[in-house]
Design a binder for this molecule. Structure first.
Ligand SMILES: C[S@@+](CC[C@H](N)C(=O)[O-])C[C@H]1O[C@@H](n2cnc3c(N)ncnc32)[C@H](O)[C@@H]1O
Length: 241
């Protein structure tokens, strides 16, 4: 799997730590899921038949699980490079029919590894920023090709601030979020204190600006694109085929 195998995500312990800390370390994680659910309901509630969903970099399957809680009938394909994460996703979704878990890296998908279906809704959360801009463009092109007409793509992800001044403030904003969450949940001590530094120092994180990603979607042919939500470096954006 090449590049994926060299990333921290190939280490089971790294994945486990992410899952344990995500609700505190990731800004507005629950709200992001709620926004995606609202969009999903709004777009697909009146469509006949089952909706085919693809979750890219599914992790422990949280996003698909949340979408499964709506009244819209759904079949889901979950992709992740990590066997460890796919195992957690299968466990979380074990009571749901119509779930297919595929171990593949994004690089393999771009390179032609076949996923059999086309999809109505392709989603991702906090995974695509692990690709460089060239790979992001290629993955967006792949997503466009796998979407049915009128199908939608939505990505919850971190982005690079437009300039250093804002980047600096966004890190402060992130720190303030963590402090607030720690207070709410009664966590004391310096735990999570180095979250921003670890994010910055991690060579697997390759965020690009929101504008460059929106431009890439536009160039590929997506329409109705927008940034649906933004809180510092945490964003939700997407478009329609
Ligand atoms: C930060 S976690 C997010 C997981 C989940 N989507 C969530 O929001 O909780 C990133 C996920 O992307 C996967 N990932 C990272 N780089 C990848 C790549 N190049 N190809 C496939 N999966 C990748 C990791 O294994 C991990 O499960």
């Amino acid at each position: 799997m090449g590049q994926f195998e060299q990333s921290h995500w190939a280490e089971p312990d790294f994945s486990r730590k992410f899952v344990e800390s995500a609700d505190i370390a990731i800004v507005e994680r629950k709200r992001s899921h709620a926004i995606m659910k609202s969009f999903f309901r709004h777009q697909f509630m009146h469509k006949d038949g089952r909706i085919d969903l693809l979750d890219l970099g599914c992790g422990d399957g949280i996003l698909t699980y949340e979408l499964m809680q709506t009244e819209v009938p759904l079949s889901a394909t979950l992709v992740d490079g990590s066997e460890e994460m796919l195992g957690k996703a299968k466990e979380r979704l074990k009571d749901y029919p119509d779930i297919l878990a595929v171990r593949a890296s994004f690089q393999e998908l771009i390179g032609g590894k076949v996923i059999a279906d086309d999809f109505d809704f392709i989603v991702s959360s906090l995974a695509i920023h692990h690709l460089d801009m060239k790979e992001k463009r290629e993955l967006f092109g792949w997503v466009y090709a796998r979407l049915r007409n009128n199908g939608c793509f939505m990505n919850i992800d971190v982005v690079l601030a437009p300039n250093e001044v804002l980047e600096e403030w966004y890190m402060v904003l992130w720190q303030e979020w963590i402090t607030e969450k720690k207070k709410e949940t009664g966590i004391t001590g310096d735990i999570y204190g180095d979250t921003m530094k670890r994010y910055k120092d991690n060579r697997d994180n390759k965020p690009d600006s929101l504008d460059s990603q929106m431009d890439a979607l536009k160039a590929i042919g997506f329409r109705d694109m927008d940034c649906y939500y933004k809180y510092g470096i945490f964003t939700i954006y997407g478009g329609r085929k």
